[in-house]
Design a protein around this ligand. Structure first.
Ligand SMILES: [Cu+2]
Length: 434
């Protein structure tokens, strides 16, 4: 185990007027040492894996200068951000930035929460090699925790020479999972929390396909936030599923037993019949000497009002997640098509989409640019208390989501966040029109 802190400097940004934050994100070849003694050829923003952690406040303007020093085109997608369509960083809104080219992303940060940025070109290669990073946006009235930590989870698949393995045919079907588990780019971190302390942990699942059913030694933990910031009320659990693309904000502690060692692990989860579920260890949390807590109650800071009134739900659209066998393996489909061209939606018009999974495998559904509410699962209404941009749809399952597009017309997309499924066609695009 390697001692780590993963502390986020969330204090300095807290009490200051809104700023324009300028960052340079050069995508370039670099070397990365995920495990001690194992250096791999990687791609990183500013040569780092993950890329620089960006910390900002609601009301700030982020100006990110992408410089492409890779041998192939690239783009940066700002996952979860409500920004103009032209800044979303997909090939729908801009041309890929060629080698030697550059692009300036500029947008205001409207929402507090834990977000991430990543390549949106040839993702199965570019994200796997390290082109991702976190963006944390602080709100005006953040509750106080004894520590604010960021844990970006990723898995890396190495070949026999200890280098990042090439894409295999099987990856296209099941999604790529690697045996090397890294948190903020490092294996086996060991963290310490003082007995009596309550910390905020922001978790990002940056894996290509791996589902994380997170457990901290089986202890009760409280979910205080999700993709779109804080929940209405904290939800106490002993495990939490985080699918690729999703984020969770957790209140960890207080633990009373000084000296205890808790495993940070993911419990077995069966997302497909093709993979045997297994327990994986990400790291360790040691309970250190007792210290006085300064944390305030982490509870309810958000007021998330349900978009849809109680009563029967009539979907405005059905999005079917499907697959078909082909000569080169599987194609992954939306409404029987690869890269489905969906109908436009109108600014201000309530959208109720039924996501219908026709396959036997789970798919994490990601909508670009707009937060949604999960209003029903398998037709059964659920209480709304959070905003999401990525939601798991279990094999043969049905999830109903609702959102109301605000005035940001343009081309947008949704897709499965298992990167290989997205690449193999499980993606749709639609226009938001006035
Ligand atoms: Cu999928």
């Amino acid at each position: 185990m390697n001692k780590a802190s993963f502390l986020l400097d969330s204090q300095s940004a807290r009490a200051r007027p809104p700023l324009e934050i300028h960052v340079r994100l050069e995508a370039r070849e670099t070397s990365w040492e995920p495990a001690p003694g194992n250096t791999v050829a990687a791609w990183g923003y500013e040569g780092l894996v993950p890329g620089p952690t960006l910390v900002a406040r609601v009301g700030d303007t982020l100006v990110a200068h992408l410089v492409n020093s890779l041998p192939e085109p690239t783009l940066i997608h700002w996952h979860g951000l409500r920004l103009p369509a032209g800044m979303d960083g997909t090939e729908l809104g801009q041309s890929p930035v060629p080698p030697g080219g550059h692009f300036e992303y500029r947008f205001e940060l409207n929402d507090a929460g834990t977000f991430w940025y990543h390549s949106h070109t040839n993702e199965t290669v570019q994200i796997e090699r390290g082109l991702y990073g976190a963006l944390v946006v602080l709100g005006p009235d953040e509750p106080r925790f004894d520590a604010d930590r960021l844990l970006v989870l990723d898995d890396v698949k190495l070949d026999g020479r200890g280098q990042i393995a090439k894409t295999a045919l099987f990856d296209r079907h099941t999604g790529r999972e690697g045996k090397v588990l890294v948190v903020n780019g490092r294996t086996e971190p060991e963290l310490e929390i003082a007995a009596g302390h309550v910390e905020l942990w922001r978790i990002v699942n940056a894996c290509s396909a791996r589902y994380v059913r997170l457990s901290i030694g089986g202890r009760p933990i409280r979910i205080v936030g999700s993709d779109g910031g804080r929940r209405n009320e904290a939800l106490t659990v002993t495990e939490a599923l985080i699918t690729p693309g999703e984020r969770l904000e957790l209140a960890i502690g207080p633990f009373e037993d000084e000296g205890a060692e808790l495993a940070i692990e993911s419990l077995p989860y069966r997302r497909t019949a093709m993979k045997r579920p297994r327990l994986d260890t990400w790291g360790k949390l040691r309970v250190g000497p007792r210290a006085r807590t300064l944390a305030t109650a982490p509870a309810a800071t958000a007021t998330v009002w349900p978009l849809v009134p109680e009563g029967p739900l009539t979907p405005t659209r059905t999005v079917r997640l499907g697959a078909r066998m082909t000569l080169h393996g599987h194609d992954w489909l939306i409404n029987d098509r690869q890269h489905y061209h969906d109908a436009p939606v109108k600014v201000g018009e309530l959208q109720i989409w039924e996501l219908l999974n026709e396959t036997g495998m789970d798919h994490p559904f990601h909508l670009h640019g707009f937060f949604f509410q999960v209003v029903a699962v398998n037709g059964v209404p659920v209480a709304v208390s959070e905003w999401k941009d990525t939601v798991n749809v279990v094999g043969k399952g049905r999830v109903t989501i609702a959102f109301r597009p605000d005035d940001r017309p343009g081309q947008w997309m949704y897709h499965c966040h298992i990167l290989e499924h997205h690449a193999a066609g499980m993606m749709g695009h639609f226009e938001v029109v006035r």
